[in-house]
Design a protein around this ligand. Structure first.
Ligand code: TYM
Length: 356
């Protein structure tokens, strides 16, 4: 089927096999088990994972190998891995229909990543803004893994020849790199269309949720202030307290989209409201235009507790049942390996490796 945005684009040969099964493609996405899963992860990614599962074949991965690119206490990695798997399930991802698994259980990710380390160029890696942010000023002391991170991410996606990747906006640059790696591999080894040129799926009213303490900074797991984010496991009291203390400005609520865009703290809260309510931002702005923030915050608290409460409660319930979560991860890893192994075998053959 031609690309609706670009009718002259060549049809993507990878889509036909899914379309024949009434699907739109194959999805792979990942979340790092680094603790503090928050509203940004939920609205930008995890909630969409569940919404896409009837239209795509889906693989959802807890990327534990990415997590250790910055120090993780070994004793925390397993509970954090189970927490992310629990979040996928609590958000409504069906663990029997889709593959939910942890990255290190499917070694083909790392094996393909090495090949991609040899395809990606230093110049490409040097442009990655997330590396610059995470490495900070002490770049000499950052791990080599943190630098190579985007090549492993490309391998996560392409080891399944995934056609679509749902993520928040902050992952856009990494997905562009994934496309560059796919194209360079296909060209270098003269295997046209071997890897698909993957499409990002970035949608919803909250593709970039900002900090509750500073509307110009991304909501993040690593922000030292817990008041900067709503964690998925926060109870109703914690959610209410954090929204009450969320930064605003001294003016009444914005009256127009243009007005909101000039006021980052207000704009962020309105985006969160719109995403949680599944409404357009303009519609939410019209409802609260000119009102006091206190009134809006009270409505936002009610909405957040209603929408997030059941997800948090289900996560807590699942985390008390690690046996069940582990059985989902085991079945998911088996399913994922069965898909990854033949693709890796083709890659090894293409690259010229001897397989005795
Ligand atoms: P991670 O673990 O940082 O975040 C998981 C997902 O949450 C999204 N996200 C946000 N969305 C909106 N607003 C925010 N403030 C916000 N913060 C995070 C992220 O965009 C992401 O979709 N590199 C990835 C993990 C990864 C991956 C992959 C993703 C590894 N391999 C392959 C897709 C495909 C990351 O660090 O996500």
């Amino acid at each position: 089927m031609p690309d609706a945005n670009n009718p002259s684009a060549a049809p993507n040969p990878h889509l036909a096999q899914y379309q024949a099964r009434g699907l739109k493609g194959r999805i792979l996405s990942g979340v790092q088990p680094t603790g503090n899963l928050h509203l940004g992860n939920y609205l930008g990614a995890i909630r969409n994972f569940a919404r896409l599962q009837s239209d795509y074949e889906c693989l959802y991965c807890v990327v534990d190998m990415h997590a250790i690119t910055v120090w993780q206490e070994p004793k925390d990695v397993i509970p954090q891995t189970r927490e992310i798997a629990a979040a996928f399930l609590a958000a409504g991802v069906d663990g029997t229909k889709n593959a939910i698994f942890n990255q290190s259980a499917v070694p083909e990710h790392a094996q393909l990543a090495w090949i991609f380390n040899c395809v990606a160029r230093l110049g490409w890696m040097n442009r990655m803004t997330q590396f610059k942010e995470k490495a900070g000023k002490d770049r000499e002391n950052a791990s080599l893994g943190l630098y190579a991170y985007p090549a492993l991410m490309a391998a996560d996606i392409l080891i399944y020849k995934a056609t679509h990747v749902p993520v928040g906006e902050d992952q856009k640059q990494h997905l562009e790199l994934t496309r560059d790696i796919a194209v360079k591999f296909n060209n270098d080894f003269n295997v046209p269309d071997f890897f698909p040129v993957t499409e990002p799926l970035i949608f919803g009213a909250a593709t970039r949720v900002m900090s509750l303490r500073d509307g110009t900074k991304k909501m993040s797991k690593s922000d030292p202030s817990d008041f900067s984010r709503i964690n998925l496991t926060d109870d109703a009291d914690a959610i209410a307290q954090k929204i009450r203390r969320a930064k605003t400005d001294p003016h009444p609520m914005p009256e127009t989209l243009e007005d909101a865009e000039k006021r980052p703290d207000a704009d962020n809260l309105l985006g969160i409201y719109a995403a949680l309510a599944d409404r357009g931002k303009a519609d939410v702005i019209a409802e609260f235009a000119g009102k006091q923030f206190s009134e809006f915050k009270s409505a936002l608290t009610d909405l957040a507790v209603t929408k997030l409460g059941p997800v948090g409660a289900e996560m807590q319930r699942l985390m008390k049942d690690p046996g069940h979560v582990d059985s989902v991860l085991k079945a998911g890893a088996e399913k994922a390996r069965a898909l990854a192994a033949p693709i890796l075998a083709d890659v090894y053959k293409t690259v010229g490796f001897l397989r005795p």
